[in-house]
Design a protein around this ligand. Structure first.
Ligand code: FEO
Length: 397
């Protein structure tokens, strides 16, 4: 076997994908992505998850001549389950250990329909591989699909967490975070992964965190990114913050602009917020910035100012896409402000205000501008920034 030994008898068999440019066909991968599988060797050997179908040969190379007795399936999204048919072919005696929902998906996705193959597990069930390797299964539905589950190894204090605590970004060299992780990049890639992929399921994430609270976790082996060890508690804290809606006293300004009139407003607001004591300000042109990057910062900061021109009596399309993403992910508990511009008929300011209000995030103020900036509009924008700053600075950080 060519996999990397993390702990005695536990191996990292993940593969790096530096070719795919968009995860799920949507989200940019500037640093690639890893699909993490693991091998646990006791008297019997278990493979924990598999990899994307495009990387199946890499996985088989890592496994070498190793015989696999069990495949434990934590999650059925094809980036982790794509190799199942090939593994079934290569290991005709291999049992698939999963819950009932996953078994149904394996049949549906891959036509694997042999009842003898499956060992169906539920909350608290165990599988003893011998040699001190005991797997205990926890059901964690909707982190990120309904069939998701995790595996806990008490003696090793290691949690196989599925997508939870995962991050974009390939694994450079040693998969343990102690050695090869550039933390500033990794942290952003983890926040971006959470905001893009998991944020809609924040409540199930909180339920899973509550369930795992008492476990003395020292290693977190997720399906994407490094194995967390040194930073395990830090990573759990970040996940807890993102899923519980805890935010910092900062502001994201996300605007769309065709000819620079709306972007000028964003600059005025950003300067005013800084003058009023907001130290963390992130300004994004929604037409150019990666949506997942904007979402990652919106999930980090208390304040959100959205600015859009009116476009064919609607919100400017890239800003509309952002608002839709916030609605889908059920953003909560933010201090918001709205700015809308128009040339001859106003719509964006009203529509943005209505959409945010419907989400339970009514703006502290809405400013509307016809054509271009003048002193009166600048004063209104500064007043909007003042109101946001006051509210954010008086909130709990
Ligand atoms: Fe990495 Fe939800 O799959």
């Amino acid at each position: 076997m060519n996999a990397f030994e993390i702990l005695d008898g536990i191996y990292y068999a993940g593969v790096n994908d530096r070719v795919t440019s968009l995860f799920e066909g949507l989200w940019p991968l500037p640093y690639g992505v890893s699909y993490n599988a693991y091998v646990v060797k006791g008297d019997k050997t278990a493979l924990m998850d598999s990899v994307n179908i495009s990387m199946v040969n890499h996985l088989l190379t890592l496994l070498g001549t190793e015989r696999i007795d069990y495949l434990v399936v934590h999650h059925m999204e094809p980036d982790h389950s794509g190799a199942i048919p090939e593994l079934c072919h290569k290991f005709p005696e291999m049992k698939i250990v999963c819950n009932a929902k996953a078994a149904q998906m394996i049949r549906g996705f891959y036509g694997v329909d042999c009842p003898d193959r499956f060992i169906t597990v539920k909350e608290g069930d165990t599988l003893d591989l011998g040699g001190g390797k005991l797997l205990r299964f926890y059901m964690t539905p909707m982190v990120h699909w309904p069939e998701t589950m995790m595996t806990w190894m008490e003696d090793q204090r290691l949690l196989f967490s599925g997508d939870a605590f995962g991050s974009f970004g390939a694994v450079d060299g040693n998969p343990l975070d102690t050695i090869s992780t550039d933390w500033s990049i990794r942290k952003m890639e983890m926040r971006r992964y959470y905001a893009a992929i998991v944020a809609k399921y924040s409540r199930p994430v909180q339920a899973a965190l509550a369930k795992l609270k008492g476990l003395p976790v020292e290693y977190i082996a997720s399906t994407h990114g490094p194995v967390w060890h040194e930073r395990a508690s830090q990573v759990v804290k970040i996940y807890d913050e993102m899923s519980s809606g805890k935010t910092r006293q900062g502001v994201v300004i996300a605007y769309g602009s065709m000819y620079g009139n709306t972007s000028a407003v964003a600059e005025i607001a950003a300067r005013r917020l800084e003058e009023r004591g907001i130290r963390e300000i992130r300004v994004y042109d929604a037409g150019r910035a990666d949506l997942s990057r904007i979402l990652a910062d919106i999930w980090k900061y208390k304040g959100l100012l959205i600015a859009s021109p009116t476009y064919s009596m609607n919100i400017f399309p890239p800003v509309e896409a952002l608002v839709k993403a916030l609605e889908v992910r059920e953003l909560k508990d933010r201090v918001t402000g709205v700015f809308g511009s128009y040339a001859w008929a106003s719509a964006a300011a009203r529509l943005l205000t209505e959409r945010l209000t419907a989400m339970g995030l009514p703006p502290v103020s809405t400013v509307s501008m016809q054509l271009a900036m003048n002193d009166e509009t600048a004063a209104e924008v500064k007043n909007l920034a003042d109101m946001m700053a006051d509210k954010i600075l008086s909130s709990e950080a």
